[in-house]
Design a protein around this ligand. Structure first.
Ligand SMILES: NC(=O)c1ccc[n+]([C@@H]2O[C@H](COP(=O)([O-])OP(=O)(O)OC[C@H]3O[C@@H](n4cnc5c(N)ncnc54)[C@H](O)[C@@H]3O)[C@@H](O)[C@H]2O)c1
Length: 287
């Protein structure tokens, strides 16, 4: 997500400092960013001649202090773990000048659980993007306990400037709008497979046919990353304490086998050519 957010900002002319704590991830980001940029150009969202200038707007560093020197906005998109995020925001708070606004792209952690790690609860908010961002330029903004109107307005106008529609959630809600609804679907899809009620393919076929969507819930989870799905489910589980909210065994087994979805070449499907992308997927006799 960090690569996609950086890309969207760069396409619209902004200079971006991309930071990762892990040198290997940062090196890999050169390849991933370049692939996303190819797809964005192929989808007609930038001209091929702009490729170099867009890439040149993004600098990479493992040094956080260097990354945030002279910035106006920090968008965090690291591991979905409240403790890790709090630690990073506390560090950011020390490093950044007062005017800098902080946003978290977290899918399930309300910013009110993070804001007290900083001295700027009025200048921090949730900003939850959808991937791929260039195709779905949409973000849900959500206040913490003290996020100011000026912060919301500034981020809304920045989103507009990078071609992203910003919707403001009216009340704090774990999962915002979309993820609350998506979670119910995701949880049931996993259970239907985990309980042996239907195959992965048949769950996705059923959904794709009825909802007229190009992919089903399990294929979607593969694209998001099964480890990311587990982490998000854990946030709901920790909040509710309800065993029914715990990530199902099926998901944990896939992760233990290193099957994290598209990014590792295998998840519920095999990549780069998953069966759900085959033209006759919805015409095959169900298994
Ligand atoms: N995957 C999605 O579709 C999606 C969509 C919307 C929001 N999100 C949210 O975005 C965030 C990132 O998700 P992702 O799918 O990109 O995860 P990812 O695992 O692909 O990437 C996370 C990156 O953060 C880096 N990182 C970990 N700890 C760090 C630290 N302390 N400082 C700097 N970098 C650190 C890791 O090295 C890794 O490169 C999560 O909060 C997730 O909930 C994900």
């Amino acid at each position: 997500m960090g690569n996609q957010i950086a890309l969207q900002c760069a396409v619209y002319g902004n200079h971006v400092n991309l930071h990762d704590v892990n040198e290997a991830s940062l090196q890999n980001s050169i390849v991933v960013f370049s692939e996303f940029l190819d797809r964005l150009i192929a989808d007609g969202f930038a001209a091929a001649e702009q490729r170099q200038e867009i890439s040149d707007r993004v600098r990479r560093t493992t040094e956080l202090a260097k990354a945030v020197a002279d910035v106006d906005l920090v968008i965090e998109a690291i591991t979905e773990d409240v403790f890790v995020k709090r630690e990073v925001f506390s560090r950011l708070d020390e490093l950044c000048s007062d005017h800098v606004i902080f946003a978290t792209n977290s899918s399930s952690i309300r910013v009110s659980r993070i804001e007290s790690a900083t001295q700027r609860p009025d200048r921090i908010l949730n900003a939850h993007f959808v991937q791929p961002i260039w195709k779905h330029p949409f973000v849900e903004l959500m206040r913490g306990s003290a996020t100011s109107e000026a912060t919301i307005a500034a981020v809304q106008s920045f989103m507009e400037a990078i071609g992203v529609l910003a919707v403001v959630v009216r009340k704090e809600s774990t999962g915002f709008i979309f993820n609350r609804i998506w979670r119910a679907v995701k949880k049931e899809a996993l259970k239907v497979v985990d309980q042996g009620i239907a195959s992965v393919e048949d769950v996705d076929r059923t959904w794709m046919i009825q909802m007229e969507t190009p992919m089903g819930p399990l294929g979607t989870m593969d694209i998001i990353g099964l480890d990311v799905i587990r982490d998000i489910e854990m946030v709901y589980y920790e909040e509710s304490g309800d065993p029914d909210d715990a990530p199902p065994q099926l998901l944990l087994e896939k992760i233990a086998n290193g099957e994290l979805g598209e990014k590792t070449g295998k998840g519920f499907y095999s990549y780069p050519h998953p069966t759900w992308q085959e033209p006759d997927f919805l015409k095959k006799t169900p298994s």
